[in-house]
Design a protein around this ligand. Structure first.
Ligand code: ATP
Ligand code: MG
Length: 444
């Protein structure tokens, strides 16, 4: 892609309305455009990143056997009256009337709708477990939308739902999602820690939030530092192995402020391991048994002939919020350098030829390079403008492709100036460059 033809409306300076770095960068490089309070359009650069995140989320859901569906954004109030949440949910729910004067709403979450889908088709324990998920826009009329897409009103979420025959089986499903979340965030090059959390309006008694440490986060967290060393490498998708994984995490005190207790914190965590900080909630999982299946009549036949209500859990990931969370973790705002993890980078590589009006040989060289890159599935962005060198570099540093090739006066013959953002420039040939980038892509 040529910069001159791309829709990447870069601003010269940081927009003054943005208070945190993810919001600043997203407006600065035109990843999003606000359309009204807490509601955004996603422009090509932002949309590309979000779609790549979405795909990683999807792959990790599929790996644990969850099946993808797509439920609508608009729901009928009927099912929410059945569960009893229509009144409880309050002003965060956007309520709409259609032309027949029927009460509709823009879904803030989908427990009711998915329970309705389940109950109409699944009748026997033999079809369990069922793990269903969708990736869809949600609307919550947040009282204070802020920080760009981090806390907005319309946002993109992956929400999954599990249906099981017993508490024991349901915990098995819960633990599958627990593992899949750790793997998902790792592929995004983020360290997310699972923390015991409150269940809020979703209800239930077991819940974990997945939090990324960040000064600008809105969640206060209290944790034992040793939790960062827990690894999940040898966890298998089996009951015992997954139980052990949760135990490995749960042995360390780690909670959000709703569950915080000073005395317990001091008792369980030695002074040197205590960490009080802030973080961004990127995922949240809940187990709530028959909270929805009971009032809504979601039951199945059991082996002996009796019936019982299915035991359910729900599992959310803030797909659009993750775009901001990655920026919070990776953007060096002081030097104005962003480095996207290769797994979600809008472009793998920036090609920066030095062009002046009389000499376009560097651009010709860039075009030739690009043919080879394409053959190797490496996506590049080429700065084909005749701006000066430092402004070209500045722009590419904001766009954040993790690798750069600079084609200047010194690049003679086969050797090219190549750098991974944040590292030293090397002089190597194109074959070596392709090898380095491909190796990184495979790892992710
Ligand atoms: P928060 O505590 O941040 O308001 P929540 O607990 O209400 O979030 P959940 O119902 O757990 O949110 O939703 C699942 C995920 O969706 C959250 O972990 C978060 O990543 C994302 N999310 C929730 N609300 C918003 C929002 N207003 N804007 C962007 N993402 C959101
Ligand atoms: Mg939550």
């Amino acid at each position: 892609m040529y910069i001159s033809k791309s829709f990447i409306p870069i601003l010269k300076n940081n927009p003054s309305e943005a208070k945190i770095k993810s919001h600043q960068l997203m407006l600065r490089v035109g990843m999003i455009k606000q359309s009204s309070a807490g509601i955004y359009s996603w422009l090509p650069l932002g949309f590309k990143v979000m779609k790549k995140i979405e795909n990683i989320v999807r792959e990790e859901q599929n790996k644990i056997g969850a099946q993808e569906i797509l439920m609508p954004t608009i729901q009928s109030s009927e099912i929410w009256k059945e569960s009893g949440r229509y009144e409880d949910y309050g002003e965060e729910m956007l309520r709409i009337k259609d032309r027949q004067n029927r009460e509709m709403l823009y879904g803030p979450t989908n427990e009711e709708l998915v329970t309705d889908i389940f109950r109409s088709s699944i009748k026997s324990y033999k079809s369990l477990p069922q793990l269903l998920y969708h990736i869809q826009w949600k609307f919550r009329d947040e009282i204070r939308p802020r920080f760009g897409i981090m806390r907005c009103r319309e946002f993109y979420m992956k929400d999954a739902y599990s249906f099981d025959i017993s508490d024991d089986e349901a915990l098995f499903s819960y633990n599958k999602f627990f593992l899949s979340y750790l793997k998902t965030f790792k592929r995004l090059d983020l360290t997310a820690i699972p923390m015991a959390a409150d269940t809020g309006p979703i209800g239930g008694n077991l819940s974990h939030e997945f939090i990324i440490l960040a000064e600008t986060g809105e969640s206060k967290i209290f944790t034992d530092k040793r939790i960062f060393d827990v690894d999940n490498e040898d966890t298998k998708l089996e009951k015992k192995s997954l139980e052990n994984l949760r135990k490995k995490y749960e042995q360390f005190y780690s909670v959000t402020d709703e569950k915080f207790n000073q005395e317990e914190f001091e008792k369980k965590v030695s002074e040197k391991n205590r960490l009080k900080t802030k973080g961004i909630e990127v995922g949240h999982i809940f187990y709530f048994g028959d909270k929805y299946s009971k009032p809504m009549g979601g039951s199945v036949d059991l082996p002996g002939g009796k019936k019982d209500f299915v035991k359910m859990g729900s599992y959310g990931i803030g797909v659009s919020r993750l775009v901001g969370a990655i920026i919070e973790a990776k953007y060096d705002e002081k030097n104005e350098v962003m480095k996207w993890p290769i797994s979600v980078a809008p472009y793998d590589l920036a090609v920066i030829p030095m062009i002046n009006k009389n000499d376009t040989s560097a651009l010709e060289k860039a075009n030739k390079i690009n043919i080879e890159l394409k053959k190797n599935n490496i996506e590049s962005i080429i700065d084909d403008t005749d701006e000066n060198f430092s402004s070209k570099i500045k722009k590419m540093n904001l766009i954040g492709a993790p690798f750069q090739i600079i084609i200047g006066k010194q690049s003679d013959g086969e050797l090219l100036e190549f750098k991974e953002i944040g590292k030293e420039t090397k002089k190597i040939n194109l074959t070596q460059i392709i090898k380095i980038i491909k190796e990184q892509k495979v790892k992710n």
